[in-house]
Write a new protein. Structure first.
Length: 367
């Protein structure tokens, strides 16, 4: 299962610069509003040392990483939900993503003009969240109108969900975020087909200065974003667009040396990917064979048949057993499945087995 994340934010705050840095792309980046008119899309490999290690020790033709698809969506301005700027186009694009990467400007630079003349992360976040609420309110109103006709016809499903729609409408009519309702997982599932923008997982990406990166401490701007993320249950990462742009054009050896010089343990991309996985509740299982060594994304808590279905839907339907070795055991057994079997480290698991992150699996299925 691929992941698609959309980079959004107030216009002219460095979204496209960060997109280019994260994806090693060359999308147009300028210092004026709306340089991104239609979404730029690029896929990046999700670094996984386990794939590299297995590939180095087994006979396989190729290695395949998970990938993260990143979409750079047109900047948003106040009034977007009513069509200002590229409003409705922006709000349509964002419906396509699994997670929102909300870029927030957290630096001062007189050469980069802010659309509101001053830098204020809290204001920028509020402006975007308000526009998403207003757009979703329109969606909820339309759904209530359709649902009322079914309620009059005594449709049980429509009658059951009507109170949830009303609760949403009441909250959003006051321009308050639906996350404050504390919706249950069941309620969120009931609303899933509406694809509400405000219910998508959000990671705030603090676009920081080079000085802040070097000093290692959070600026007041970054602290404000982190506080908002903690309060709302969202993720938060720091990325210096300028530095990431320099890193993105280096080879692996040069990249490692650059990170050491800056006292960094990893790139902003790696940090962002890890936070995206955490927020979306994802984990990874691995397969290996003569054709390829491959990493697969799954939702945490998936059973063995469900994981098999990620490879091919028929595998879930015809699932019999899964031969499972933990990555740790696979390493200790010299990346040899026969050795793992002889040491009792290879287990045959059935339909109820919950796949763990790093499991190396061979699925057995019928005809």
């Amino acid at each position: 299962m691929g992941i698609r994340a959309g980079i959004v934010g107030i216009t002219n705050i460095g979204k496209t610069t960060i997109f280019n840095a994260l994806t090693s792309s060359e999308a147009e980046s300028t210092s004026y509003s709306f340089s991104t008119i239609k979404p730029n899309i690029a896929a990046v490999d999700v670094p996984d040392p386990r794939v590299d290690e297995i590939f180095a020790h087994v006979t396989s033709a190729k290695k395949v990483y998970n990938h993260l698809e990143i979409m750079d969506i047109a900047g948003l301005v106040k009034g977007a939900s009513k069509g200002e700027g590229l409003g409705n186009k922006f709000l349509s694009d964002i419906k396509l993503v699994d997670a929102i990467l909300h870029v927030v400007r957290c630096f001062d630079d007189e050469n980069v003009i802010h659309v509101d003349k001053t830098v204020s992360p809290s204001r920028d976040i509020e402006n975007i969240e308000t526009e998403l609420i207003v757009k979703d309110l329109e969606t909820v109103e339309n759904r209530i109108s359709k649902n009322e006709k079914l309620v009059k016809a005594r449709n049980k499903e429509a009658m059951d969900i009507a109170p949830l729609y009303d609760k949403l409408f009441a909250k959003m009519s006051e321009l308050e975020h639906p996350r404050d309702l504390g919706l249950t997982d069941q309620e969120k599932e009931m609303l899933k087909d509406m694809n509400l923008l405000t219910l998508k997982p959000v990671i705030f990406v603090c676009n920081i200065s080079e000085d802040e990166l070097l000093e290692g401490n959070d600026s007041d701007y970054t602290k404000a974003v982190r506080e908002h993320a903690a309060k709302t249950g969202c993720g938060a990462v720091k990325i210096c667009g300028k530095i990431e742009a320099e890193i993105s054009v280096l080879n692996d050896e040069e990249k490692s040396e650059f990170l050491r010089d800056y006292g960094l343990k990893e790139t902003g991309l790696n940090n962002l990917i890890r936070e995206t996985y955490r927020l979306l509740g994802l984990s990874t299982f691995l397969t290996e064979g003569e054709i390829e060594v491959k990493a697969w994304n799954i939702k945490q808590g998936m059973t063995a048949p469900q994981a098999a279905g990620v490879i091919h839907t028929d595998f879930e339907k015809k699932f019999i057993k899964a031969e499972v070795i933990s990555y740790k055991d696979f390493v200790e057994c010299g990346f040899d499945r026969n050795t793992a079997k002889s040491k009792g480290k290879a287990r045959l698991e059935g339909r109820d087995y919950v796949v763990q992150d790093g499991d190396v699996i061979i699925f057995r299925f019928g005809k």
